[in-house]
Structures are given as C-alpha cells and as structure tokens.
Design a protein around this ligand. Structure first.
Ligand code: NAD
Length: 380
C-alpha cells in the first residue's frame, strides 16, 4: 500500500524555489515555551539551513530576553515590524486564536509560514488559508513534529508494506496531567484564546499520528466533559470512530491522569502494533520502542526486517524543519500539509458536534455543515 499523501508528495508543485545555497532567514512571533523548543530542538540543529534572525512578542521584554538567550540579532517592535524585515520564513508561535490572521498576514507579506497547532478556529478559516496558499507563491507548513521520530517512521513503513493485512481495531489513549499552574497562563482554558482543551492542545498530536498511520475517518460519535480543572474548555473526551477502510477505533483523552500515559494499539489481521509510554516519555509517542506481535514467526521476522530497513531522518522539530527546507529546495510538498491540519480540525469539529448533539457525524465536513464555522460554543 502506498499512502495517498506520499503520492501527493511526488507531484510537482508550483515553482516556489528558494536559493538553497544560503540558510533561510526565520522570524519568530511569540517568544514563549514552544518558540524556545523550536530553536533548541529544531533550528539550532540545522544552522546550515536556518538562521533565526528576528523575533517579536507582545511582551517586548520577553522578546528582548529571548533574543539574548538565542543569539537573535533583531527584536522587532511588533508583528508588522517583523514582517517588514528581510526574512524568508515566519514561524508563528503565538496563542491559537492569533494563528489565522498571522498566517494570512505573513503570506501577504511574501513570507513562507510555519504555524503551530491548532491551526485555526474553524474549517472555514482553514479552507481560506488553503485557498490563500494556493493563490500565492509562498508556502505554509503546519507543525506536527511528533511524526518525526524513529519508531513512528518504522511503523509507517511496516503499514505501507501491506504485510499487516486488514485493519480491525485501533485504540488510542492520551492520558496526560495538567493542573492549576498550567492554567495560570491567561490564554489557556478559554475558547476565545485556546480554542478548545485537550482535543485542541494535547491529543491533537496523537490523533494526527493515528490518522497519518491509519488513513481518514469516515464517521464519528463522541462525548466530552470538563472535570479535571475549573476551565471553560474540555479536559476529558472520547470518540468512537469508523475509519474509511471500515476498521474501528476508540480515541480517549484526559488531562487528569496522575501517571501520564500515551498508548497506541493497532490491531491488524496479521499482527498487532503497540506503543505505550509513561511519565515524561508520554510526550514522545513516536519514539522507540514499538512492540510488534505477529501471528507466525515468519511474519514476525518479515515485519522486523521491514522496520529495520525504514528510512530514518532527523527527529522532532529538527526533522520537520529539515523537511521544510528540503521541500522548498526540491519544490515538492511538505511531509506535513495544510490538508493534514484540516483533517485534525475536522476530527475535533466532529467530536464536538457528536458530543453536543448525540448524532453520528459523517466525514468529510464541508461548507454546508453546522460546525464548518467552528466548534466553540459561540458557533452552536
Ligand atoms: N508543537 C508542540 O509540541 C507545542 C507545544 C506547546 C505549545 N504549542 C503551541 O504553540 C503555541 C504557543 O504555545 P506556548 O506554550 O509557547 O505559549 P506561551 O504562552 O509560552 O507563548 C506565547 C507567546 O506569544 C506571545 N504573544 C501573545 N500575543 C501576541 C501577539 N499579538 N504578538 C506577539 N506575541 C504575542 C505571548 O506574550 C507569549 O510570549 C500554541 O498554539 C500552542 O498550542 C505547540
């Protein structure tokens, strides 16, 4: 089996080439936690390909301090000033509600864009971004850096080999822990700024891995509630899913697990693929080890051989940013596409709608669906 997105990646895109002989000049907006991670675990490991040249933050002192710590030359006064700088790429690391306008602003200013999850507050806005990118000679890449790790790369090549046989049942659990200190940051916990809770902010990564491995969902039921923290957005959610290939899946997510765990269990006709990781490792579901249990020793040996031959690249943010630079240089699609970001938001829209109406939601969600304009309560 060849994954459809791999076929898309081999298609020619518009000529949006960059002079690959010099590093891409990056400007970061939002100098908080994830911006630091993008530099430490990403850009700083790829100095021949990226120079983080400028940054800005609504809190100017924070931007100054960030620039000092990371050796960034220019601290811009605000986002408009950042866009006026001589930069190739803007990386958007601000709270979720700001992503949509900043993505469009950066694109209009002639920059390539990297944008953190969750991408926008609705499928309508997501589709606007997809249309804007298509009409532009610049490119946009959504962040899903969990895809870039050795274990997940091996599992994906195993599934792509066709050896697993028919998919039967998947269970995907994101049981993490967040307390009052996490919600001290004012933008968290509110629909207006965070856009949602555990589904938007935490399990979005794990569900992206799942959809990337197992293909699109076809219909969804779900429940959600807020029980862990006194916040507006959901912190516990479950969904039952029928996939487009007919297999079934359960997704569950909570922010109230005293022992954080991420579990992915994919049950196929010929073998079972499993990963469970606890504590601080719960944030590394794509890493090794994954356990493969095949029905016969021959299948087991074959599966292990396929996985040992998988192509492994740089990991984490460095892996996704390396793909970004290579894709621009080779004029091909990114490994993580805007359609992937859309699919992640479509799943969330569906779980919200199912949970709030008791209805089964058929995918895809298109412009005629009541949740096309968003899942937050103001859109009900
Ligand atoms: N990919 C990942 O693994 C990952 C991990 C954590 C967070 N995130 C995502 O990254 C984004 C930021 O999260 P964070 O934890 O870094 O938040 P944060 O609060 O640590 O940082 C956000 C920064 O944006 C700044 N900001 C707010 N409004 C601004 C504006 N108008 N202009 C410029 N700066 C502004 C804030 O002052 C703050 O410094 C969120 O979308 C979050 O979901 C992704």
């Amino acid at each position: 089996m060849k994954y459809p997105d791999e076929m898309a990646n081999t298609m020619n895109t518009k000529n949006k080439n960059h002079d690959a002989t010099r590093p891409l000049r990056v400007g970061i907006v939002g100098c908080g936690w994830v911006a630091g991670s993008q530099i430490e675990r990403g850009f700083s490991q790829l100095r021949d390909r990226f120079t983080v040249a400028a940054c800005c933050d609504a809190d100017h002192a924070r931007a100054e301090d960030f620039a000092l710590r990371h050796g960034i030359e220019v601290v811009s006064e605000d986002f408009a000033a950042l866009l006026a700088e001589d930069l190739d790429v803007i990386s958007i690391c601000t709270p979720p509600s700001l992503h949509h306008s900043m993505v469009l602003g950066a694109l209009a200013a002639g920059k390539h864009v990297i944008c953190e999850k969750p991408f926008t507050s609705s499928l309508r806005l997501m589709d606007q971004v997809i249309a804007a990118e298509a009409a532009s000679d610049r490119r946009i890449m959504p962040i899903f850096q969990y895809r870039f790790d050795d274990g997940i790369a091996k599992v994906r090549s195993l599934i792509a080999s066709g050896l697993c046989g028919k998919a039967y049942l998947s269970s995907v659990e994101t049981a993490w822990l967040r307390g009052a200190d996490y919600y001290d940051v004012p933008w968290r916990g509110k629909f207006a700024t965070e856009l949602g809770g555990v589904l938007l902010t935490q399990s979005i990564h794990i569900h992206d891995l799942f959809l990337w491995l197992m293909g699109p969902a076809a219909q969804i039921n779900g429940f959600k509630t807020t029980r862990v923290n006194p916040i507006e957005v959901e912190d516990c959610a479950v969904a039952s899913v029928q996939m487009a290939d007919g297999s079934l899946a359960t997704l569950s997510a909570t922010l109230g697990s005293a022992l954080p765990v991420t579990r992915i269990r994919l049950c196929f006709e010929n073998l079972v693929i499993e990963r469970q990781c606890f504590g601080t490792e719960a944030k590394n579901p794509g890493a090794e080890p994954w356990t493969i249990t095949a029905r016969t020793p021959d299948l087991q040996a074959h599966a292990e051989r396929i996985m040992s031959e998988a192509h492994l690249g740089p990991r984490d943010f460095a892996g996704q940013f390396a793909d970004f630079a290579t894709a621009l240089a080779e004029d091909r699609a990114f490994a993580v596409t805007l359609q992937d970001a859309r699919r992640s938001l479509e799943l969330i829209s569906a779980v919200f709608h199912a949970a709030e109406t008791g209805q089964t939601v058929q995918l895809p969600i298109t412009a005629d669906h009541v949740r096309y304009d968003g899942w937050a309560p103001s859109h009900e």
